[in-house]
Design a protein around this ligand. Structure first.
Ligand SMILES: [Zn+2]
Length: 81
């Protein structure tokens, strides 16, 4: 049992145990894992589902996916991803 390092969430400012695994691939996922608590990530998952449904965002389209990441960075108070 190794104690897990706590993170300070960039969105809600709370100390939290980070997610067990990066929620996205690559460095973007690592950034999110190190800066966002699981609750705030879940809030973004819910929010992004609404956005995708409401605006008909095609996440398979790189340009539209990039736009969604920009909104995500703003939502989670992260530097650009
Ligand atoms: Zn948080």
């Amino acid at each position: 049992m190794t104690p897990t390092a706590q993170i300070t969430c960039s969105r809600c400012g709370r100390q939290a145990t980070p997610m067990a695994a990066p929620p996205l691939t690559g460095t973007r996922g690592q950034t999110v894992q190190q800066h966002v608590c699981p609750e705030c990530w879940q809030a973004w998952v819910d929010q992004s589902t609404l956005l995708i449904n409401h605006y008909g965002i095609q996440v398979a389209d790189p340009a539209q996916r990039q736009q969604l990441y920009a909104v995500m960075a703003e939502f989670l108070h992260l530097p650009s991803l």
